[in-house]
Write a protein that binds this ligand. Structure first.
Ligand code: NAD
Length: 260
């Protein structure tokens, strides 16, 4: 069995200096892919992360700073990387607030980073994938791309949008060796989720453990967080030959959330 099934493939993972993006980068590197890590910062730690990934997995890895809230930087990321065979649109932020009080700048930022960035990077990456006759676009959506929760208007709107974009990408790419899908995680314990806990505690007037159990994991029947390794493994599967006809769909990794 080939233990390096993605050798020779270059992957860009947006928003990958932390959380799920870093987990996906780890899994893709473990399968032999060359990695381009990204976030909007440009610190020595960011570049060290890529060097560490490269050393541990014996692959080439770089860190390229680009702000996914800015269309030109989304497109420049793909260009600076030299194109890619695998594009993982993962960068995302969250803000929890009732619609009537939702700050306009937060709405704009969430739509830009969580949804529009995927359009811009995909537009920049597809021509190279078409020319190569092979490509994988993997959009990290959410259970909130399929269902809704109160106080998350921008996030739910953006994630539903990303699911729609995945379907359109799949239709346009059909027959060209390029697939596009959305992974829809339930709750995964990452810095993004950690950051939501204080807001949720305030909104619901509950302590941390109660919010985690009764609010966050209330809709996740397994009552367990999904792990970044499970999301990474799903991304590697979507890059495999077994997944060559899986396109334009969503894969839930949510402990049963969307089965309810
Ligand atoms: P995280 O905060 O750990 O990671 C988010 C990443 O996006 C970080 O690397 C951050 O630097 C990057 N980022 C933020 N703004 C950016 C910008 N302007 N430009 C470039 N990069 C930027 O969060 P996470 O939980 O790992 O989330 C990753 C993705 O997974 C998001 O799209 C999120 O919506 C989605 N998701 C997370 C969960 C969960 O429970 N954690 C569930 C479903 C979906």
């Amino acid at each position: 069995m080939n233990t390096q099934p993605l050798a020779g493939r270059r992957a860009i993972v947006t928003g990958s200096n932390s959380g799920i993006g870093l987990g996906i980068a780890e899994s893709l590197a473990g399968a032999g892919a060359e990695l381009v890590l990204n976030s909007f910062t440009d610190s020595p730690d960011d570049h060290a992360l890529a060097a560490d990934l490269a050393a541990r997995h014996g692959v080439s890895a770089r860190y390229i700073a680009a702000d996914m809230s800015k269309p030109a930087e989304c497109r420049a990321l793909v260009k600076k990387a030299g194109g890619c065979d695998i594009l993982v649109n993962n960068a995302g932020i969250q803000h929890v607030c009732a619609i009537e009080d939702f700050p306009q700048e937060k709405w704009d930022a969430i739509i830009a980073i969580n949804m529009s960035s995927a359009f811009h990077t995909t537009a920049a990456a597809l021509p190279g994938m078409y020319a190569a006759g092979w490509g994988r676009v993997i959009n990290v959506a959410s259970a909130h791309g399929l269902t809704a929760s109160p106080y998350k208007s921008a996030y739910v709107a953006a994630k539903h949008g990303v699911v729609g974009l995945s379907k359109v990408t799949a239709l346009e790419a059909a027959g060209k060796g390029v697939t596009a899908n959305a992974i829809c995680p339930g709750y995964v314990l990452t810095p993004l989720v950690e950051a939501q806990i204080p807001d949720q505690m305030e909104t619901h007037g509950m302590d941390r453990d109660t919010v985690v159990r009764e609010v966050m994991l209330a809709r996740q029947p397994s009552r367990q967080f999904a792990t970044v390794e499970q999301i990474g493994g799903t991304a590697v599967f979507l890059c495999s030959e077994a997944a060559a006809q899986i396109t334009g769909t969503t894969i839930s990794v949510d402990g049963g959330w969307t089965a309810l």
